[in-house]
Design a protein around this ligand. Structure first.
Ligand code: FNR
Length: 367
C-alpha cells in the first residue's frame, strides 16, 4: 500500500506482513512460546474504558512532555529494537532522523544494525541508549563510554528481562533466507541464522553475549561508569519497582520485552496498576515508563492517566521503516494527532499536568 493509505499503526503491521521476508516477519512480529503476553499487552488496553469529561474548553491542547532533560513533542519514544535494517534498509538511521523531525526520541539498542556512531550522527540532539550487559564487563564499559562521549545520549536503559534467551518459536521455525543475511551484516554482528540442532533463531544466535549473572548490585557498577540517568527496562512486578527505587535508579520501564521474554508474564498495563496500588511512592521518586502493545493515541493517554510519564513503542516503528524515514515520520504524525484528539475528547488540555486515574475505568480488569 501507498503511505497515504496508511491511517493507523495497525495498517503499518498489515503492510509489513505483505512485504517483509518470512524470516524478517517471524523475527519482528514473533514473541516467545505461545505469544500470549505479546497479544495480551495490546488487548488489555482495549479493556480499559475512557471516562471523558465534557464541556471544557479544549480548543488548545499541549501534548508535549519532558523526560530526562529532553523536550518531547509527545510522551512517546521509539523502544530499542535490534537489527532494524531487517525491516528496511534505512534501519536505525532512518528512525533517528525521523525522531529528530518529529520531536521524539529513539532509544538505540545494543544489537543495532548500524554502527552506533552513525545512528548518533543522524540524531539531532537527543537519544537514549539501551544496554545489554556483556559477560565481558570491560566490553560494556567501553561501549557505554563510546556512545556517551558524543553528549547526545541522555539516559541509559539497562535491559534486565532477558537474562537468558527465551524460546522464540516463530523465529526458530523459519529458516534464514539469503536476503536476511545480507540485510544484517556487517554492523549488527548477527549471523545469517543458519539452521542448527536448535532451529534457526536469530535471537539465540545474536544474544549469547548477555551476562546472566546480572543482579541488583550491578546498578552500583553501572553508576561507577556513568552519571547519566539509569533506567531499568523490564520490570514485571511491583516488588522490583521498589527494588529499583531502593537502588536509586532514575527510572524504570514496565515491560515484558513485547512478550519476547517470559511468556504469560503480565501485560504491562496491569503491572502499572499493581504499582499504583502497592507502592504509589514509586511514581514520586522515579520516572515510570512502560511499553508493549501501545497502538493508539488513546492507549498513550490511558498509560499516562495510570501514572506513566511516557511510553515506548517497538514493532510499529520497525514496520514503518519499510517506508524509510518518511514512513516513521508518518507514524509519528498519526500518533500525535490521535493523542491530541483523544485528549480533546476526554477534556484534557495538558497531559503532563492533568492526566489522572479519574479519566479511566479499569473495572473490567478486576475480574
Ligand atoms: C525488541 N525489544 C528489545 N528490547 C531491548 O531492550 N533490546 C533489544 O535489542 C530489543 N530488540 C527487539 C527486537 C524486536 C524485533 C522487537 C519486536 C522488540 C523489545 C522492545 O524494546 C519493546 O520492549 C517491545 O517491542 C515493546 O512492545 P511492542 O511495542 O512491540 O508491542
Amino acid at each position: 500500500p501507498d503511505l497515504d493509505d496508511i491511517i493507523n499503526l495497525d495498517d503499518f503491521e498489515k503492510a509489513a506482513e505483505q512485504t517483509l521476508s518470512k524470516k524478517a516477519w517471524a523475527y519482528i512480529h514473533g514473541a516467545s512460546n505461545d505469544n500470549i503476553t505479546r497479544d495480551a499487552n495490546q488487548h488489555m488496553y482495549k479493556r480499559i474504558w475512557l471516562r471523558p469529561a465534557v464541556m471544557r474548553d479544549i480548543s488548545v491542547v499541549d501534548t508535549s512532555c519532558e523526560l530526562f532533560g529532553c523536550r518531547l513533542s509527545m510522551p512517546v519514544y521509539i523502544s530499542p529494537t535490534g537489527a532494524v535494517r531487517m525491516a528496511g534498509p534505512e534501519g536505525e538511521v532512518g528512525q533517528a532522523k525521523a525522531a529528530a523531525t518529529a520531536g521524539i526520541i529513539q532509544c538505540m539498542s545494543t544489537p543495532a544494525s548500524y554502527p552506533h556512531d552513525e545512528i548518533l550522527a543522524a540524531t539531532k540532539d537527543q537519544a537514549f541508549f539501551q544496554l545489554y550487559v556483556n559477560k565481558n564487563r570491560a566490553e560494556s564499559e567501553k561501549l557505554i563510554r563510546q556512545v556517551t562521549s558524543s553528549g547526545l545520549v541522555k539516559a541509559i536503559f539497562v535491559t534486565v528481562d532477558c537474562p537468558v534467551i527465551s524460546k522464540r518459536e516463530d523465529d526458530e521455525r523459519v529458516k534464514a533466507d539469503e536476503k536476511t543475511g545480507t540485510t544484517l551484516t556487517p554492523a549488527s554482528r548477527v549471523s545469517a541464522g543458519k539452521k542448527d540442532k536448535k532451529g534457526s533463531g536469530l535471537t539465540r544466535q545474536n544474544s549469547n553475549f548477555i551476562d546472566s549473572t546480572l543482579n541488583w548490585n550491578d546498578i552500583a557498577w553501572l553508576r561507577s561508569i556513568t552519571n547519566l540517568p539509569i533506567v531499568v527496562k523490564g520490570i514485571q512486578r511491583w516488588e522490583d519497582a521498589v527494588m529499583a527505587m531502593k537502588w536509586k535508579c532514575d527510572g524504570i520501564v514496565i515491560s515484558n520485552h513485547g512478550g519476547r521474554a517470559a511468556d504469560t508474564s503480565p501485560p504491562s498495563i496491569l503491572v502499572l496498576m499493581e504499582i499504583q496500588k502497592h507502592c504509589p511512592q514509586v511514581f514520586r521518586s522515579m520516572k515510570v515508563l512502560t511499553d508493549g502493545g501501545i497502538r493508539r493515541g488513546s492507549d498513550v493517554v490511558k498509560a499516562l492517566c495510570l501514572g506513566a510519564s511516557a511510553v515506548g513503542i517497538g514493532r510499529p516503528f520497525m514496520y514503518a521503516v519499510g517506508y524509510g524515514q518518511e514512513g516513521v515520520e508518518h507514524l509519528a504524525s498519526i500518533l500525535q494527532e490521535e493523542i491530541k484528539v483523544a485528549m480533546q475528547l476526554c477534556g484534557i488540555t495538558n497531559l503532563a499536568r492533568e492526566a489522572s486515574p479519574s479519566y479511566v475505568n479499569t473495572a473490567d480488569l478486576d475480574h
